[in-house]
Design a protein around this ligand. Structure first.
Ligand SMILES: [Zn+2]
Length: 308
């Protein structure tokens, strides 16, 4: 079985204002780097249409309708200071959810050894009833619930190595011990949550990193906090909230990782997926705003996924 890659042209049509870091060129940079023949064995699949009803797995209906009503007929509207929507944003967000849910189906039904979803908008800042931080709906949270509802997964681990804390994912699973949420992130930094003391129902593991943290300290934190938490939890599925903005080139933060660190972390999670989850691992793109840092990091990440 191969590593599967979900993409869709609609992801380029979620538009943000000029100069916004979360821009369609991010996906073009990923597409270019994965065009290399080193990735010829990737099983490339166009993302299926998403099922809007699955948004309700993580968000209340009145919030979903508020987002739908905010989508403009033309131009770009602001949802908050950082988050915007254009006419195709709804379809992009729902297709991102469709891809993530299909990726979960693939690893449970044996169609892929693991899956990377290159979609936007990202999702991990979207709380139960708040769109924020470039995110409309929490794709990773919806995919985790989809695994529980459709595939009877009892325990799902979401590992979030985006440089920003995934406040949305934490909010959604705060009192739900069936989902483990582990996050490494710079602190202090947007959105301000993610202190070690925020533990939910004992299922939230926050690993804040000081500005200028490099490879050694990141790997130590991963080894001492994230990996033991996964081993204790023994998940049926691992979902990665794969942001690549902890790369040293990224303009939004001050963590100094290299693409080798993402290769390493990917390998560690694959090893855990092998131990606990019958290798079931789904990776969803979150942030990453330096095009070169993003492209090199995704290449390292996907290259490692393909090694099986
Ligand atoms: Zn981020």
């Amino acid at each position: 079985m191969a590593t599967r890659l979900y993409t869709h042209p609609i992801f380029l049509e979620h538009l943000t204002p000029p100069g916004h870091p979360e821009r369609p060129d991010r996906l073009r940079a990923i597409e270019r780097v994965l065009d290399d023949e080193a990735f010829s064995a990737l099983d490339r699949v166009k993302a299926p249409e998403g099922d809007e009803k699955t948004i309700l797995y993580a968000h209340p209906e009145n919030f979903v309708e508020r987002v739908r009503a905010a989508i403009p007929q033309s131009g770009i509207v602001s949802i908050d200071a950082d988050t915007s929507a254009s006419p195709k944003s709804w379809q992009a967000a729902v297709t991102a959810i469709g891809a993530a849910n299909a990726a979960v189906d693939d690893v449970f039904e044996g169609r892929a050894s693991n899956v990377f979803v290159a979609a936007r908008p990202p999702g991990h800042h979207a709380e139960k009833a708040t769109a924020m931080g470039f995110c409309l709906f929490n794709t990773a949270a919806i995919a985790a619930r989809h695994a529980q509802k459709k595939h009877q997964a009892e325990r799902v681990a979401i590992v979030d190595w985006d440089v920003h804390h995934g406040n949305g994912t934490q909010d959604i699973f705060w009192d739900d011990p069936s989902v483990l949420y582990c996050s490494t992130h710079q602190m202090p930094l947007y959105p301000g949550t993610g202190a070690k003391s925020e533990t939910g129902a004992g299922n939230i593991v926050n690993v804040p990193l000081a500005p200028r943290t490099g490879s050694d300290m990141f790997r130590d934190a991963f080894r001492s906090r994230v990996l033991p938490s996964i081993d204790a939890f023994a998940p049926d599925l691992i979902i990665i909230s794969a942001g690549f903005d902890a790369h040293h080139r990224d303009p939004l933060a001050e963590i100094n990782l290299t693409e080798d660190d993402f290769d390493w972390a990917t390998g560690q999670l694959m090893e855990r997926a092998g131990r606990h989850s019958s290798n079931r691992l789904v990776s969803l793109l979150e942030g990453g705003y330096d095009l070169q840092g993003l492209a090199f990091s995704v290449a390292a990440h996907v290259g490692r996924l393909m090694k099986g």
